[in-house]
Design a protein around this ligand. Sequence first.
Ligand SMILES: Cc1cc2nc3c(=O)[nH]c(=O)nc-3n(C[C@H](O)[C@H](O)[C@H](O)COP(=O)(O)OP(=O)(O)OC[C@H]3O[C@@H](n4cnc5c(N)ncnc54)[C@H](O)[C@@H]3O)c2cc1C
Length: 455
Amino acid sequence: MNDFDLVILGAGSGGYAAALRGAQLGLSVELIEKEKVGGTCLHKGCIPTKALLHAGEIADNTKHAAEFGVKATFISMDMLAVNAYKDGVISKLHKGLQGLVKSRNINFVEGHGKLVGKNQVEVNGTVYTGKNIILATGSYPKTLPGLEIDGKQIVTSEEAMSFDYVPKSVIVLGGGVIGCEFASVWNSFGSEVTIIEGLPRLVALEDESSSKQLERAFRKRGINFEVGVKFASATKDKKGVTVTLENGAKHTADVLLVAVGRGPVSANLGYEEQGITMDRGYVMVDEKCRTNVPGIWAVGDLIPTLQLAHVGFAEGILVAEEIAGLNPRAINYDGVPRVTYSEPEVASVGLTTAVAKERGYDVVELSYDLAGNGKANILKTAGSIKLVAQKNGPVLGVHMVGSRVGELLAEGQLIYNWEADANDVASLIHAHPTLSEAMGEAHLALAGKPLHAHG
Ligand SMILES: Cc1cc2nc3c(=O)[nH]c(=O)nc-3n(C[C@H](O)[C@H](O)[C@H](O)COP(=O)(O)OP(=O)(O)OC[C@H]3O[C@@H](n4cnc5c(N)ncnc54)[C@H](O)[C@@H]3O)c2cc1C
């Protein structure tokens, strides 16, 4: 029996979420994966990088222990042990996920799949038929013309996360989320780091104020960066890699990390042959993730929405529920929480000031400095919570910089998605002393009644 309600190609965040939810709703599910269930996020993305960042945080804490009255000496990183810790986390989560897939009676097939009909996927010479097909083949790390990845001196995030040594120096090409996270890791591990970014600022999709604060914090940490300059060429020799920029500047380092974005995995998979509308390799979908071909859906990094694991989960769940007839609400992508897990973290939800103005809102802004927050002082972190709001209306955006602010985003997303205004949040009591208090204080100030702030 090779006929299913749902045949899913790719078992990353988007694909496996659709499988789990589909099975929960009583659909028969076939899940096809050429590598490992969990995809990029679990094996080559979110989880390994966050483990490296945590190891970096411990290194930094050790280096700065004396500031907190603790005597400790940082000797060096033991990358074999770091990788063992990181791989242990991945392995545990992978086993858990495999168990979950099995327990939901999902038919998991390992192999390279190809769409061979409007309702058919072929794997290892067997054709599986689905009343519905979900394409979830994800993304790959892009490079630039003339920049060949050798996996040793010129690498992508995939090789970078398993280095068995700490490079003395690194150039990070690309100051987006992935570039900034690796810059942060390597700085903590002891490398000399230089970021090159073509756009005018680091994490350029964030509110301008967040970029400025991250840049200030990185400068303080000794992370070098050049923004608004384009890459021209790279040459290699035994000593390292030399990058030449269009402005003529040259930088040399042991390693060049190419973090210039990720492109969709869609070539030679039969998508065009079945008449699916594509754009630059992305599969085009409507607000319910339907392609133009009836019965074929697409989710995750393969479609041109935010490339985030939790977006993949949400899209996978959306499609499974739509197929099962639950008529779920379309995703509001502005309401998706976004975090760069560098030190300090950058976290946001909703609209930036620039986008809110573009959309015609009468905007008011409020920035609450973490200097006024007890817990931030205990942690010795700097940063702020910036609110973008409609004048006499709801909060339109929450933008935060500081250690651990990603954890505050749970409240930020409720505020944005439930269209709370300043008074709604100001009336809620936040525990003292927590970083979350800064969220309350920011709204108190926005409501015109600042407590621990001048206003
Ligand atoms: C370094 C890095 C750090 C990241 N950190 C975060 C983070 O902290 N938070 C966050 O939310 N997001 C993060 N992301 C992004 C996140 O990993 C992706 O958004 C998410 O994995 C996308 O899920 P997906 O299911 O669309 O694709 P993927 O996870 O890429 O899964 C696609 C799957 O399809 C399989 N596949 C492809 N072609 C075929 C085929 N022909 N046959 C069978 N199988 C196939 C692949 O092997 C893969 O397992 C990070 C990404 C990277 C690279």
